[in-house]
Design a protein around this ligand. Structure first.
Ligand code: NAP
Ligand code: HSE
Length: 428
């Protein structure tokens, strides 16, 4: 048998514990698959004295990153700390010391992917990050390998498990937002700071990575228009259902005329669409290509063992390279920045919920503003009237985003309008 392959783990939290547990429990299986023994050499954490669920020898805990970087027996460094720093410095040091890197860190890859890939190339080592998008559901490897003969034209996805879990329970059980968020944190789905989940930022990082690899140019995280789910109320779920829709945090990107548009926002999605029926922590990614048409990837998007599965696939892939003596350098062509279409230039349908005085002429004033902005109304419902205030729901046909926003501002300023309670883009 070839030499042992040494693996060191940075982080032993939700994901790191799953990885360590599997590396120890499945040592024999992995050895058979790789042709060399995979050995967990070191684990680096913030606090060595913390009580942990996982049983791990104290001797495995490293004193510092330097102990791992200087360890000749470590061939692969797994980074599951999260965030930009110190993760970026640790990964850069590992690559510069000719160690392969596997990471689940979407923030880091979305912000610094091209730079880290280029450091890996300069050192003839690999950096892989399957777990950074859609947790346990394979998506990056298929995009890089199985679609290489295709042009990918669009991506439509649910890629944040926490928000899908929250929205699903709010929709089906009328559950309270904060209670469900707490459950998502207990289950290990949420980021250490869940703001990134609920504000759509985590999904934007993932869409940036997937779009960059799919369209072969760098789509920065700041290129992805992003809105979160914190403004969705029980009322919106109720009305959406009556109209035949679910509300989901949809990540959508498209490559058209050599330009990329990319956005993450709550969406009223028709119940006929597959993504409307993806519930709980599950993720789903629909990729459209010129040769195949639509292909669907569906599975667990977060959690300890599903995410460990994606990390371990990368570790085993690299280990096979090391074992065979042939390092297969990755072809990720994302050095050029993508040309981006701004959200204001996109066409979308809208759901608009307004509370306004229940008196003659109100609807006519609102519809005049919409008409002035070339926005055509698809349907209009007056839901209720209470103490002289009516709740109006307007569904529009497709209109220019810029025009919708201008019209909403004018409607908001009408003296007869109490508030625009919500405005959500619609996907039929
Ligand atoms: P986590 O539970 O918060 O664990 C983070 C780990 O990193 C902890 O073990 C912590 O040490 C360690 N750590 C933090 N700062 C450190 C430092 N300065 N030096 C050394 N170690 C440090 O996070 P997680 O949920 O496992 O997520 C890890 C990464 O995986 C993130 O990039 C996340 O976005 C990504 N990810 C997570 C999931 C998921 O479902 N959770 C899914 C896909 C991707 P202590 O234990 O001593 O505090
Ligand atoms: N917090 C992330 C989510 C973890 O909920 O999807 C998986 O990347």
């Amino acid at each position: 048998m070839a030499k042992e392959i040494g693996v060191s783990l940075l982080g032993l939290g939700v994901v790191g514990s799953g990885i360590a547990q599997q590396l120890i429990a499945k040592e024999h299986t992995y050895t058979q698959q790789v042709g060399s023994k995979l050995v967990l050499n070191h684990v680096l954490v913030r606090d060595k004295n913390k009580n942990r669920d996982i049983q791990i020898s104290q001797q495995l805990f490293a004193d510092s990153i330097d102990q791992i970087i200087n360890d000749d027996k470590t061939d692969i460094v797994i980074e599951v700390i999260g965030g930009e720093e110190p993760a970026k410095s640790f990964i850069t040091q590992a690559l510069n010391s000719k160690k392969h890197v596997v990471t689940a860190n979407k923030e880091l890859i979305a912000k610094h992917g091209p730079e880290l890939i280029s450091v890996a190339r300069e050192n003839n080592v690999r950096i892989l990050f399957e777990a950074s998008v859609a947790g346990g559901t394979p998506i990056i490897a298929p995009v890089l390998r199985d679609f290489s003969g295709n042009n990918i034209t669009s991506i439509k996805a649910i890629i944040n498990g926490t928000t899908n879990y929250i929205l699903s329970r709010m929709s089906t059980e009328n559950a309270d937002y904060f209670e469900v968020l707490k459950d998502a944190q207990k289950l290990g789905y949420a980021e250490s700071d869940p703001t990134n989940d609920v504000e759509g930022i985590d999904a934007a990082y993932k869409l940036s990575i997937l779009s960059s690899l799919s369209y072969k140019s760098f789509v920065k995280d700041s290129d992805v228009y992003c809105e979160g789910i914190t403004n969705i109320s029980a009322k919106d779920f109720q009305i959406a259902k009556e109209l035949g829709y679910e509300i989901k945090l949809i990540a959508f990107s498209e490559f058209k005329d050599n330009k990329v548009s990319a956005r993450v926002h709550p969406t009223l999605i028709s119940k006929n669409q597959m993504l409307a029926n993806v519930h709980g922590v599950l993720n789903s990614v629909q990729i459209e290509t010129d040769l195949i048409g639509e292909v669907l990837f569906h599975g667990a998007g977060a959690g300890s063992l599903p995410t460990a599965s994606a990390v371990l696939a990368d570790v085993i892939d690299i280990s096979r390279n090391i074992s065979s003596g042939f390092v297969n350098l990755d072809y990720m062509n994302i050095d050029q920045n993508a040309s981006i279409v701004e959200i204001s230039n996109l066409n979308t349908k809208y759901y608009i919920r307004v509370s306004a005085n229940d008196e003659p002429g109100v609807l006519s004033r609102i519809s005049t503003i919409l008409a002035d902005h070339k926005i055509s109304i698809a349907s209009f419902i007056q839901k209720s009237s209470h103490e002289g205030i009516a709740e109006l729901v307007i569904m529009t046909h497709e209109a220019l985003e810029k025009s919708i926003q201008e019209a909403l501002n004018q409607i908001r300023n009408l003296s007869v309008v109490k508030a625009i309670e919500n405005s959500i883009r619609v996907m039929d």
